[in-house]
Ligand binder design. Structure first.
Ligand code: 1HN
Length: 345
């Protein structure tokens, strides 16, 4: 493709008169906004080790009372996007949140969609639209756009979880805002009971309707399914599940997709190159992740992100199975007609 003229090729007085009238020439920037063949991502492969985050998060617990933080979070920021922009990828926000015993993170609702993936500790809970969701290691809890949510803790040890939001996208669209609210009234049965196992509550034979029928995906259930897939000789592929909305069969959220996989001891899993950036978080075990020919060791609770079209191999060198949680931008890209895959190099 031809090299195009730059801004420096234009007379200064011409550029000045354009600027003065809020005009910009396209051609000096055309190759930046439309790079040939594939995007040039700002997202850099980045790894965050939990053993480095945890002491700093606990220190935040001493430095800043929950009343002064509202949400006590250290953001996992990608240096390629500028740390201050709080992006792990162009559309995905990641943060590690700490709640100490007897603390309460007050109720609010906002336009960005969020999920929590519980990393450590027990005794805490999130209440979403009145449904109290206990937080246990590996659980996935949804707080979709517009739903009231608050966090409380009746246990006796610090609880830490990974927050994933589509905040960078919603903020970019100038659609991001929050409303504060009162303590939620808890309704009797939690989402797991109300919608689990193909049954829904009915009143006079009328089904209860909800856009988000399932708010908590318990890790004990997910792990059981992954283990069953891995141990089923008739099931060919890698043991992988997608978190879906059981009413519609669609992705459980509209913008970011969530899945989990199990790597057997010694299993090597080459992934296809995808247009969607991805986040990997180790729920249990340890893996080596090779991203664009660079190897990284991920221990339990470590998190990594990879840019679009990265070539990725997941390798379990350990004698124990490894369980990986994955977040990606594919639901958004598919809705926009932007999703594609490429063969490996
Ligand atoms: C939020 O509402 C939570 O509710 C956590 O726990 C992190 C980051 C940005 C915007 C809203 C929460 C958040 C957040």
């Amino acid at each position: 493709m031809e090299q195009l003229a730059t801004l420096d090729d234009l007379p200064k007085h011409y550029v000045a008169s354009l600027t003065q009238k809020n005009l910009v020439p396209l051609w000096p920037s055309l190759r930046n906004v439309l790079p040939p063949n594939q995007p040039i991502p700002l997202t850099q492969t980045t790894v965050w080790h939990f053993n480095e985050i945890k002491p700093l998060l606990l220190e935040a617990g001493e430095l800043t009372p929950i009343e002064k933080a509202e949400r006590r979070v250290l953001v996992l920021a990608n240096p390629g996007h500028g740390l201050e922009n709080m992006k792990a990828t162009s559309s995905i926000y990641l943060g590690m949140q700490l709640l100490l015993p007897n603390e309460w993170a007050p109720s609010h609702r906002h336009t960005p969609n969020a999920i929590r993936l519980i990393v450590e500790g027990s005794g805490a809970y999130t209440t979403v639209e009145g449904q109290k969701c206990p937080m246990e290691h590996g659980d996935l809890i949804l707080t979709p756009s517009g739903l009231w949510h608050e966090h409380g803790h009746h246990g006796d040890e610090p609880v830490i979880w990974l927050d994933i939001l589509d905040l960078p996208l919603v903020y970019y669209m100038e659609a991001s805002f929050v409303e504060g609210g009162d303590v939620q009234k808890v309704i009797g049965l939690d989402a797991g009971h109300r919608y689990a196992k193909g049954i829904v509550p009915t009143l006079h034979f009328m089904r209860e309707k909800s856009d988000f029928p399932l708010l908590r995906y318990a890790w004990t259930d997910t792990k059981q399914v992954l283990d069953a897939l891995a141990n089923d000789p008739s099931y060919g592929g890698a043991a992988q599940i997608s978190y879906i909305n059981p009413e519609t069969g669609h992705d459980c959220q509209k913008i970011i997709g969530y899945s989990a996989m199990r790597l057997a001891p010694k299993e090597v899993l080459p992934l296809e190159r995808r247009s969607a950036a991805q986040v990997f978080h180790v729920i249990q075990g340890e893996i080596q992740i090779d991203i664009n020919a660079q190897s990284h060791q991920l221990q339990k609770s470590d998190t990594a992100c990879a840019p679009c079209f990265a070539q990725i191999d997941l390798i379990n060198n350990s004698p124990e199975p490894a369980y990986i949680f994955v977040a990606d931008e594919s639901p958004l890209q598919k809705k926009l007609g932007l999703y594609s895959t490429r063969s490996r190099i």
